[in-house]
Design a protein around this ligand. Sequence first.
Ligand code: PLP
Length: 386
Amino acid sequence: MKFETKAIHVGEEPNLQPGGSGDVAHPIHLATTFAREKVDHPTGGYEYIRSGNPTRNALEARFAALENGRYGLAFSSGLAAETTIFLSLLQAGDHVVAFDDLYGGSRRLLEKVFRKNFSVDVSFVDARDPAIVEKAITGKTRLIWLETPTNPLLKLCDIKTISAMGRQRGIPVAVDNTFMSSYFQQPLALGADIVLHSTTKYMNGHSDSLGGAVVLNDESLYEKIKFTQNSAGAVLAPFDSFLVLRGLKTLAVRMKQHQENALYIAQYLEKHSRVRKVNYPGLSGHPQHDLARSQASGFGGMLSFELDGDIKQAKIFVESTRFFALAESLGGVESLIEVPSLMTHASVPPEDRRKIGLSDSLIRLSVGIENRQDLLEDLENAFGKI
Ligand SMILES: *Cc1c(COP(=O)(O)O)cnc(C)c1O
């Protein structure tokens, strides 16, 4: 099966066996416990909802299929998935090398929870240069944590080169693939050990379900993370599993349209007199455009730009759009706009924001799949207001 077919069929093959209902959409199994005939043998293979649930397991099979991985796991949020990975692989005194331009919540989790409460050491480095990652590795490094492209500056790192580096030293490399989704980028094929998604974003795609996914190939890594998934309990609920199963069916068509619209908007912004800089990997002028082309099959629907103005004008701008809703989050069919320094990345200290190049008047767009001309006119109108 090719991607688009797997996105619709894996995990939802109709059961045409005697007694099977033939459902073409997976039922939402709400039972918290499963009866058995004999003490030693769970009759249907299920015991208790936290350990396994048919709707969630269908989704986990699809996650694995879409990343061409062997194992998939579904969590109650992207950060729950990250927490479960950290709890599975790290002990006090261990060291993590992470990209310095991570999703704000991922950085907060590493710094304010794992560094502060569990004495896990973390180095945040500019992973655009693999040599800088290599230099940061110590004898205690147990995990390399990447995100590419990053949020909100759309910086990339070389998954293949850094994964080889980790493999050589026996250090697992994890890639947060939220921005590209399984449709545009497949980190396992490039040598990464763990892929993570906040399914809250593109994978579900409709801004109505919080969730996280982990996909991997290595059996012992999978057993460790699955053990913690069940022990810590941050699993995805059956109803949300159903929503993500449904959302994934249109992932391919959605991503194509997100990208077409984002490129159109990026090219418009690039020429605009009130814009200093546009960050979108699909623009040939993006400093890592070639890397983007070589490791992903597309550029996605996220972009950011520096307004030629101050923070007050940035505020007026984002409060002036009609179709771009002023909101955090991303990856839904509807367009969103925000100011990272005041919203999604307000928890990153100002000096750290400056260090990575995140200016106060940076505006981030999650370009939806509305008509692109409507979106362009919406932005043009906001420029008029400043
Ligand atoms: C949103 C997001 C997360 C966190 O996921 P939640 O589902 O909100 O917990 C992690 N990484 C990236 C890149 C994100 O955009």
